[in-house]
Design a protein around this ligand. Sequence first.
Ligand SMILES: NC(=O)c1ccc[n+]([C@@H]2O[C@H](COP(=O)([O-])OP(=O)(O)OC[C@H]3O[C@@H](n4cnc5c(N)ncnc54)[C@H](OP(=O)(O)O)[C@@H]3O)[C@@H](O)[C@H]2O)c1
Length: 342
Amino acid sequence: MSKKQIAVAVVGATGAVGEVLLRVLEQRQFPVSRLKPLASTRSVGKTVRFQGAEIGVEVACPEAFEGVDLVFFAATGGLSRELAPEAVKRGAVVIDKSSTWRMDKQVPLVVPEINSDALAKHRGIIANPNCTTTGLVMALEPIRRAAGLKSLVVTTLQAVSGSGTPGIEELEAQLAARQGGGAPPPPEVFGSPIACNVLPLCDAFMDDGYSTEERKLLDETRKILELPALDLAMTCVRVPVPVGHSATVLVETETRLSPDAAREALAAFPGIRVVDDPGSGAYPTAVDVEGSDEVLVGRVRKDYRSDRLWLWEVSDNLRKGAATNAVQIAEALLERGRSLSS
Ligand SMILES: NC(=O)c1ccc[n+]([C@@H]2O[C@H](COP(=O)([O-])OP(=O)(O)OC[C@H]3O[C@@H](n4cnc5c(N)ncnc54)[C@H](OP(=O)(O)O)[C@@H]3O)[C@@H](O)[C@H]2O)c1
């Protein structure tokens, strides 16, 4: 599609992802003709800043999508289920950040560096992966292209902002209480205190003992990489870090891949930066990646007992894990010359 100006709505514009999304649209100079920030009735009377203007937040409802070309959903799964079809009905394309549509066979689940071809099949709704999945598949795709993927063992260490603004506020309130010597407020977002703690649970437990986050990581990784039988074992862990999801990954490849060849493949992949120099103590951390769109990879090394490779991957969950990836999807639609209508 030609670079016409696009009327954009952001559902959840007052949330953690929505706020970053507005900054990413500005920074990447996405051609926005008109911005419509939408949220709940709690946000009536609030404004958001966009391109130097303060714009009033409106309540998300079907009629709000009239005349809108592109809608980013960054609110709740239930709202996406209810309102995304309403936006499509009114001629808009939806890029959804909730988990609602990700595993729907009719809905492409897209990380543009990996599978932007899947956009050709969209019927109005395009899903953005879970914030943990995005960083992981970014680190896996160059390895897959170099040597294939056979099996993976993954442990994630996920920031509190993965649970949105309430997650950040809960960590801050518990830290403040500890520093002030007062009683910490009871945990609400996370099941146990998160300040100065590590929780072996992200999201909620299911009957089989895994968490919903772990299941998303498994299903979404298989869908994006189009490897439905990929052997993936995982544990998702919440850590008291404001922003930046990390993961340690043990990769078994189809053909042998040396650490040097893996580093080379990773460094050549768009959106990845290798930070891996044990001699000078260089490795990626969550603090390094906050505010950045890059996925950082380091600690690439051969397993002692096999040809498997270890690696450590870090990405900003609010940017590449959410907002930036969504804007990249919109840019890919424009580049592919597809009309922003379903
Ligand atoms: N945080 C991450 O790292 C991340 C990464 C990938 C995907 N996601 C997904 O992105 C979405 C947003 O997450 P977040 O972290 O930004 O959450 P958040 O900080 O809690 O923000 C939620 C946003 O949704 C709005 N909202 C909630 N209920 C609504 C309703 N009934 N009607 C209209 N608006 C409503 C809120 O508006 P009010 O301010 O008016 O309440 C707020 O703007 C979620 O689906 C999440 O799973 C998050």
